[in-house]
Design a protein around this ligand. Structure first.
Ligand code: ZN
Length: 130
């Protein structure tokens, strides 16, 4: 294996960022994985998605999971049936940011997976110390 390089998480998409040479002078201050993430930033809606994910998980109880779509539907409200679908990418990003903050895990088929690379349907579970 290669020697381990420093890692951190993108403040917007929540994906892992591994140290790159071009960041050598300002690694301490790097917050975004890409220009797209830096430009996008975080909105109130993004923060609300994070809060609703945690709220849903607390209501559901220990060791239970939710689908990010449940949070998307709540945040979208009842304006239109399609609104929440448009929020799904943001809901997945919110779930990944919560992984980066050690608050939740992302699962597929009942197993914890790497949130940075998981594709397809995911479930979210509160991270517990045990
Ligand atoms: Zn990013």
């Amino acid at each position: 294996m290669m020697a381990e390089r420093p890692e951190k998480y993108c403040a917007v998409c929540g994906r892992r960022m591994v140290w790159r040479r071009r960041w050598r002078r300002n690694w301490e201050n790097v917050r975004y994985c890409s220009r797209a993430c830096r430009h996008r930033g975080l909105s109130d809606l993004d923060r609300r998605l994070e809060a609703v994910i945690l709220e849903l998980l607390r209501m559901r109880g220990a060791h239970k999971t939710i689908c990010p779509s449940e949070a998307a539907q709540i945040v979208a409200g009842r304006r239109s049936a399609n609104d929440w679908r448009a929020l799904m990418p943001a809901a997945r990003k919110a779930a990944r940011r919560l992984v980066a903050k050690d608050r939740v895990d992302i699962l597929q088929k009942g197993h914890v997976v790497d949130a940075s690379t998981a594709r397809g349907a995911i479930r979210v579970r509160l991270r517990t110390e045990t």
